[in-house]
Ligand binder design. Structure first.
Ligand code: HEC
Ligand code: HEC
Length: 366
C-alpha cells in the first residue's frame, strides 16, 4: 500500500490563527557518521540526508525540546502547580485535574472542582500545551499565562481571587524568599503577584514537552522504531485524511474545526441537551460558522487520556476513532484499518520526567 493522497482536503479557516512556523525537522550534526572511511561516510551521510528530506515532508513533526527557561522558575512553577493554596478551599491544585504521572488529565468524563462542583467539559492534558495556537477547547486564552486566570478564578474550579492567593503564598516564608530571589519588586514592593504567579506556572507548563516518542525516532530516520502494523496505521491515518486536522508537532492544536463538519453536527442533534460548552468557539467569536468548533486536540498523549472528546462521551480510543470516521470524515472503514490507526496512535506518546512511561506494546495490542 502506498501512502495515498488524503481523501479529505480542508481549508484552514482564515482568522483561526493557524500557527504555521513550528520548529520542524532539523538536521542534527551529531548524527553524522563517526570514524568511517570517507566514501562510506559520504554514502551514509547522503542516505541519512535523503531519509531526512523524505521525512521533512511528513505532516507530523517531532516534538521539539522545551523552550529554554530558568530552571529555578520551572521548579517553583512545578511546586505551585501542585499547591492547593491556589484554591479558595485549599483542596484543589492544578494537579488535581491534571495528574502528570497519568498523562496530564484526570481520567474523568467531566472534572470536579472545589466543593465537589462538576465542571462543564473534559479536562485535556497539559503535556505539550505550549505547542498550541491557543488554550482551552474553544481557544479563549491566547497564551498559557492568560489561561491560568481561568481555573484559579473559575468559581467551580478553584474559586479564588488573586489577592487571596498572593496573601496565602506570602504566609509561606520559603515561597516568598524564592519569589524575592527570582523577580524584581513591583511598584508596591511585591514580588508575589498575579503576574509573577502566572508567569511561573506558565513557564513550568511550557516545559512539559513529551519527547523521544517512537514515532519521532522514526521521523529521525530509525526504521526499526515502528512495527509494520504501526506504519500501516500511520498510512491509513493519512489515507483517510486524519492529518488534515491532526498535524504538526502536537498532532493537533493548530486550528479549530467544527465537530460534525461533514454531517451538519448530527452528533449534537442526536445527543441533545446542548450546553454552553458544546457551542465551542461560537462562544468566543459569535460567528455561526464557529458553532460546535473546537481546537483540534493534540493526539500526542492520547493513549493516556481516556475518556475522549470535549464532553468525555467517548470511553475508549476506538469510540473516539469511530466518532471521527462518522462525524469528521463521513466515512466507514474496516475494523483492521481503525485498529492499525490506534496502534499508530500509541507510538505518538513521548516521555517527560514527571509523566507516564512510554506505553508498552502489550498495551498497544490490547
Ligand atoms: C477543577 C479541575 C481543573 C483545575 C483545578 C485546573 N484545570 Fe486546567 N483544565 C481543566 C479543564 C476542564 C480544562 C478545559 C477547559 C476548557 O477548555 O474550557 C482545562 C484546560 C487547561 C489547559 C488548556 C489545555 C488545552 O488543551 O487547551 C491548561 C494549559 C490547563 N488547564 C492548565 C491548568 C493549570 C496551570 C491549572 C492550575 C492553575 C489548572 N489547569 C487547574 C480542569 C482543571
Ligand atoms: C475535520 C477535522 C478532523 C479530522 C479529519 C479528524 N479529526 Fe479527530 N478531532 C477533531 C476535533 C475537532 C476533535 C474534538 C472533537 C470534540 O471533542 O468535540 C477531534 C478529536 C479526536 C480524538 C479525541 C481526542 C481527545 O483527546 O479527546 C481522537 C482520538 C481523534 N480525533 C483522532 C482522529 C483520527 C484517528 C482521525 C482520522 C480517522 C481524525 N481524528 C480525523 C478534528 C478532526
Amino acid at each position: 500500500m502506498k501512502p495515498d493522497r488524503p481523501l479529505l482536503r480542508l481549508r484552514i479557516r482564515a482568522g483561526s490563527g493557524q500557527s504555521g512556523a513550528r520548529p520542524s525537522l532539523r538536521r542534527d550534526a551529531s548524527r553524522a557518521p563517526g570514524r568511517r572511511g570517507p566514501v562510506t561516510a559520504i554514502l551514509v551521510a547522503s542516505a541519512v540526508l535523503v531519509a531526512h528530506q523524505a521525512r521533512a515532508v511528513e505532516p507530523i513533526h517531532p516534538v521539539p525540546p522545551p523552550p529554554a527557561a530558568d530552571p529555578r522558575i520551572v521548579a517553583l512553577g512545578e511546586r505551585l502547580f501542585h499547591d492547593p493554596r491556589l484554591s479558595r478551599t485549599g483542596e484543589i491544585s492544578c494537579a488535581s485535574c491534571h495528574v502528570l504521572a497519568e498523562g496530564g488529565d484526570d481520567g474523568e468524563v467531566i472534572s470536579t472542582g472545589i466543593d465537589g462542583e462538576k465542571g462543564e467539559i473534559n479536562s485535556p492534558t497539559v503535556f505539550n500545551a505550549g505547542l498550541y495556537v491557543a488554550q482551552f477547547w474553544d481557544g479563549r486564552a491566547e497564551t498559557l499565562d492568560d489561561q491560568i486566570d481561568g481555573p484559579v478564578q473559575n468559581p467551580i474550579e478553584m474559586g479564588s481571587m488573586w489577592p487571596e492567593v498572593t496573601d496565602r503564598l506570602y504566609g509561606d516564608a520559603a515561597i516568598a524568599a524564592e519569589f524575592d530571589a527570582l523577580y524584581p519588586p513591583d511598584r508596591d514592593g511585591d514580588t508575589i503577584t498575579r503576574d509573577t504567579i502566572k508567569r511561573t506556572i506558565a513557564t513550568f507548563v511550557r516545559s512539559l514537552h513529551t519527547t523521544g516518542s517512537r514515532f519521532d525516532r522514526w521521523l529521525a530516520g530509525d526504521e526499526n522504531a515502528l512495527s509494520a502494523r504501526e506504519l500501516e496505521g500511520y498510512r491509513w491515518f493519512k489515507h483517510y485524511g486524519c492529518h488534515s486536522c491532526h498535524q504538526g508537532a502536537a498532532v493537533g492544536g493548530n486550528f479549530f474545526q467544527v465537530f460534525g463538519v461533514l454531517n451538519d453536527s448530527q452528533y449534537f442533534r442526536e445527543r441533545g441537551n446542548i450546553t454552553k460548552a458544546d457551542r465551542g468557539r461560537f462562544n468566543i467569536t459569535g460567528n455561526r460558522a464557529d458553532m460546535h468548533a473546537f481546537k483540534v486536540p493534540s493526539l500526542r498523549m492520547v493513549v493516556h487520556t481516556a475518556p475522549y472528546l470535549h464532553d468525555g462521551s467517548a470511553k475508549t480510543l476506538r469510540d473516539a476513532v469511530d466518532a471521527m470516521f462518522t462525524h469528521q470524515l463521513g466515512r466507514t472503514a474496516p475494523d483492521h484499518h481503525k485498529e492499525a490507526i490506534i496502534d499508530f496512535l500509541y507510538t505518538l506518546a513521548g516521555t517527560h520526567p514527571l509523566g507516564p512511561p512510554l506505553p508498552s506494546r502489550e498495551e498497544a495490542s490490547r
